[in-house]
Ligand binder design. Sequence first.
Ligand code: NAD
Length: 469
Amino acid sequence: MAELIPFFKQVNLSFDKAAALTDLPHGLLNQIKISNSVYHMAFPLKRDDGSIEVIHGWRAVHSTHKLPGKGGIRFATMVNEDEVTALAALMTYKCAIVDVPFGGAKGGVRIDREKYSQDELERITRRYTFELATRSSIGPGVDVPAPDYGTGAQEMAWIVDTYLALKPTAVNGSGCVTGKPLAHGGIRGRVEATGRGVFFGLREACDVKEDMAKLGLQPGLDGKRVVVQGLGNVGYHAAYFLQQAGAVIIAVAEREGALVDSAGIDVEALARHRQGGGTIQTYGTGSVLERSSDALELECDILLPAALEHQIHDGNVDRLQAKIVAEGANGPVTFEASEALGRRGVMILPDAYLNAGGVTVSYFEWLKNHAHVRFGRMGKRFEEESNRRILDAVEKLTGGTVPAETRALAARGADERALVDSGLEETMVLAYHQIRELAKAHDTDLRTAAFLNAIGKVAVAYRERGIFP
Ligand code: NAD
């Protein structure tokens, strides 16, 4: 395998490919592409045994064309300046693609979370937040983190608690971070949002008869054979919803190995088994590949890398057999591998679009935090009453009776979960067709079209500010 091109440079290669299709001035394109700032912090952690360890963290803000900046925080050993900068850039484009009015940011702490106790993780998270807060680099109108690889609702709760301790009178303070538990101002549907968005994106792509015919596939998700890499937040939820829609999960690759079963793997049961301390090796059904990455090369319809970046590269791309690569993770396919797959006619659903469900629902959470009211609280019962009246009128006019089950469904008012799901579906469907149309118009691939879409929208934002002609 040739030496890997740095991640931010790879993002910029995709940017340049799309930028060449625009007639935007050079200066404006350079402004869109450049990373605004990156902050590296190093702070001491007092470990449970009394020893002191220096912890390194970063927060990159790629673009402030809209505020606040938005992007997750990851806890992982590979976190570095290049990685957070690349991921922050992807956030800029992602937000633009799904019309979320935020700039792009990303953060990370270089640790293996498995090696720290809960108390230590809490101290790390609170100190990281403190470092940002004392530099006015976090806040509902400044920069709003969220969960990413290795973090979840618990870390977000510590972040909001630390922020509010420092700014007790900030009335919209709970909007300083998203992906929080419900009790701390979170929103129903955020935990599964990224995976659910991946599902909506794949469903849209697979529903286009003409595109499926080019791949030699039948339209629809039913019966599609899927290989998933990473059974974490994104991979698990995406696989779960795909399975519900009739897709067959024929392999799951995790850190310790890969499980293969052409009859289909029940991902819910496998996730429960792993949460209870089990492994791929002890699950019991199917066969095991000891080298987890071999699963990427299995014959399948959809390959869903949902773990980390750079999983498909010039060292393995020639052996890939998938017809569709769905980028659940950020940057799982290198630029060169992406180009090679494109030349072979493989369809790639790009990360900047496909995993945008998380930031979409984060946006809804942020809106909820500013509105200080749960979605659906004002209208749900009114809607139900109106629907009941309509059903009563229908029964009166026709002399018939609407069956109880149909009545219950038809009369239902929208609650928060239903509204979030509806907003997410609308967002992912609309964005997919925007990108597909652009790809067709420019005779290019979906990744280039996604960048083209984003560049156009960010350019409008700069022009509206009067900065560029
Ligand atoms: P997570 O920590 O919940 O899950 C990651 C999973 O990948 C874990 O189960 C881990 O064991 C597994 N894994 C790690 N290395 C692996 C390897 N070499 N082979 C197979 N499995 C491996 O993280 P997540 O939140 O699901 O994030 C996964 C990816 O999705 C990241 O690239 C992240 O940036 C991206 N993403 C996440 C969100 C979100 O809302 N969480 C949103 C957009 C994009």
